[in-house]
Design a protein around this ligand. Structure first.
Ligand code: COA
Ligand code: AMP
Length: 639
């Protein structure tokens, strides 16, 4: 990058690929091990690469005990700021260690042991982070389910993870309504063949749950009562390669993918990323506005800041409406955050409400060095707006639940580089990012193709899918041998900057929330009037993408008289089954769906038509007139 480069990035990147043992062996020294690593990269069983095989540690020890021992006991580890309840609280490292040890005692009292799964279904309250860290302390494997998901998503996760205990809270709080969790949890468990032994409920005064009043197959307990009698539990030694958590993410089908995160690689990668990518150092304050139910929340609300000995902010609110579009600026000013992280949609929401950023007045945010945005494409308009109003760097970074930390970023700690709007900058050390064509050859610079990462991927990335090596290989590694397929399309320019253009599969990204076409389709298909259906994600200026449903009714149903009622019921079904977060508002009743001769629905072709692009019509289309008949409907998206 011409005269501005100090060479630190180029040197780190080159070494990370040519000598990963040296590069990650050094990064591993940032972590305190029980058995220090002797093996760094374990390539003994490709394509299943592992990191730090034979080493052992405890992730919770590195996030809490270690800092208390080293003199950070009185430093704030976590601020909780909740405009939706009008509550604020703070936890020092010593406080958090006390709470986590005691909750680990509660879990172990209920029979949770190393390797057991614990499902966490909670809103953005400190107890969610406490439960996660308590699992890590015991070597138990947590699986957090986003509080905005309804019973269908919940039961799919219970069924697959088979948790011994479920930890939940009585309600979530949205600006417009309070959401009772217990009925959704009960329905989620009822529908699953697997039942937990116990459910721990954290009671919130806004809407308490009724504990132990009805007959259930599982024992229901009250968080506060259990904590009163709890004996603190110590850290359990786990292998670096043992799982820390499973986080389910949406694929194309209705069955979510259980992304596995190991203990050792994760701790090393996240600790390294905090200083080198995010430029946040021990003792500094950091604000991630996301949700612990998403990967951004796992990595950058909970684990990375705490592994670093920084201070994290857990914010239960929205970018706008709680109470206004100045909420982020208040938090940055009030707690002294040096960096913040959220999704571009959040900034689009603020820009829409307060285009001149008048609500910045009165908030001193001069200590803010960087704003990081990820989770969806950062459009240049939003980038420029944020850059102009905040007078600090606005940094796009691209990654996925699967990788757990950035694949591409401008590395603000290691070596800040010029920013090109529309690009998340360059590959992060450890990621050999390549753009490939249909036959697996590298595309020329500037030409679009499939973005793939040459194996092995760095520490912290998924080693496999939960108890499903075959699906890991078929879903990610089978298109190009020796490469991980990201599912995103894009290009690399002359300077090595990567441009991510969007998913090439049917995965949806709605307001930075990753959703599956398959699970929304399953909810639609469950309606008695529906013969067949398809869901497509169409471009939207505010949410990036919004889903649209297209349904064919069963014979004998008159759409002209019954259509309105059915559409209303379908919209409600998706809210009840998948969750309101799916944001499905538009369902069109159509005569038929375009398919290939083998019966595959042509979602991509419909999406292109809806987005006003020239559609790619495969030669294998069964009946082109079906598509012609749909064109008018598709071109009309209600935003
Ligand atoms: N629990 C229950 N319901 C939830 C929920 C949760 N945790 N999160 C969202 N919902 C509901 C909302 O209340 C809304 O319901 P409604 O249809 O009755 O209004 C619906 O799901 C859609 O929510 P959302 O997509 O958040 O849209 P919105 O218009 O309410 O808010 C933003 C828009 C921009 C404020 C919001 O999308 C946002 O903060 N986005 C940032 C995304 C983010 O943090 N992504 C994480 C990855 S970094
Ligand atoms: P998730 O697993 O929920 O983090 O979603 C991952 C997907 O979000 C990626 O595969 C991309 O499609 C999209 N995404 C995330 N970050 C970016 C970004 N910075 N630019 C473009 N797309 C992004």
């Amino acid at each position: 990058m011409g005269g501005m480069s100090n060479g630190a990035y180029a040197a780190a990147y080159a070494q990370s690929l040519s000598d990963p043992d040296a590069f990650w062996g050094e990064a591993a020294q940032l972590i305190e091990w029980i058995t220090p690593p002797t093996t760094v990269l374990d390539s003994s069983n490709p394509p299943f690469y592992r990191w730090f095989t034979g080493a052992s540690l405890n992730t919770c020890f590195n996030a809490l005990d270690r800092h208390v021992r080293d003199g950070r006991g009185e430093q704030i580890a976590m601020y909780y700021d909740s405009p939706v309840t009008g509550t604020k609280a703070s936890f020092t490292y010593a406080d958090l260690l006390d709470q986590v040890s005691r909750f680990a005692g509660v879990l172990s009292g209920l029979g949770v042991e190393k390797g057991d799964r614990v499902l966490i279904y909670m809103p953005m309250i400190p107890e969610a982070a406490i439960a996660m860290l308590a699992c890590a302390r015991l070597g138990a494997v947590h699986s957090v389910v986003f509080g905005g998901f309804a019973p269908a998503e919940l039961s799919a996760r219970i069924e697959d993870a088979k948790p011994v205990v479920i930890v939940s809270a009585s309600c979530g709080i949205e600006p417009t309504r309070t959401i009772a969790y217990q009925p959704m949890l009960d329905a989620g468990i009822e529908r699953s063949a697997h039942k937990p032994e116990s459910v721990i409920m954290f009671q919130r005064p806004q809407l308490p749950a009724e504990i132990g009043v009805t007959d259930k197959d599982w024992q229901e307990c009250d968080w506060a009562e259990l904590m009163r009698d709890a004996e603190p539990a110590g850290c359990v030694e786990v292998d670096a390669t043992d799982p820390l958590y499973i986080l389910y993410t949406s694929g194309t089908t209705g069955r979510p993918k259980g992304i596995v995160r190991d203990n050792g690689g994760h701790a090393v990668a996240l600790r390294w990323s905090m200083e080198n990518i995010y430029d946040v150092h021990p003792g500094e304050v950091w604000f991630t506005a996301s949700d612990v139910g998403w990967v951004v929340g796992h990595s950058y609300i909970v684990y990375a800041p705490l592994l670093t000995g920084a201070t994290t902010i857990l914010y239960e609110g929205k970018p706008v409406g709680t109470p206004n579009a100045g909420a982020f600026w208040r938090i940055i000013a009030e707690y002294g955050a040096v960096g913040m992280f959220t999704a571009p949609t959040a900034y689009r929401a603020i820009k829409r409400e307060d285009p001149n950023a008048e609500l910045l007045a009165g908030h001193d945010i001069s200590h803010l060095r960087n704003v990081f945005l990820a989770g969806e494409r950062l459009d240049p308009d939003t980038y420029h707006w944020a850059n102009d109003v905040l007078h600090c760097e606005v940094v796009d970074n691209w990654w996925q639940t699967e990788t757990g930390w950035p694949i591409c970023s401008n590395m603000r700690g290691l070596e800040p580089m010029p920013i090109k709007p529309g690009s998340p900058s360059v590959p992060v050390p450890g990621y050999d990012v390549q753009v490939l064509d249909e036959v697996g050859a590298q595309c020329d610079r500037g030409n679009e193709g499939a973005i793939a990462i040459k194996l092995p991927m760095p520490p912290g990335t998924l080693p496999t899918l939960w108890q499903d090596d075959a699906r890991y290989v078929s879903g990610y590694l089978s298109v190009y041998e020796g490469y991980y397929l990201t599912g995103d399309g894009g290009k690399i320019d002359e300077d090595g900057y990567v441009y991510v253009m969007g998913r090439t599969d049917d995965v949806l990204n709605v307001a930075g929330h990753r959703l599956s076409t398959g699970s929304i389709e399953a909810a639609l298909a469950g309606h008695p009037a529906v013969a067949e259906c398809a869901v497509i994600g169409v471009a939207d200026d505010f949410k990036g993408q919004i889903p649209r449903g297209l349904v064919v009714l069963k014979g004998g149903i008159d759409a002209s008289t019954e259509g309105d009622r059915i559409v209303k019921e379908l919209v409600q079904r998706v809210r009840d089954e998948v969750g309101a977060v799916a944001s499905l508002k538009q369902v069109d009743i159509v005569a038929g769906l375009p398919k290939t001769r083998s019966g595959k629905i042509l979602r991509k072709t419909m999406r292109e038509l809806a987005d006003g692009k020239t559609p790619t019509i495969p030669g294998t289309i069964e009946d082109a007139s079906v598509l012609d008949a749909l064109a008018g409907t598709l071109r009309h998206t209600v935003h």
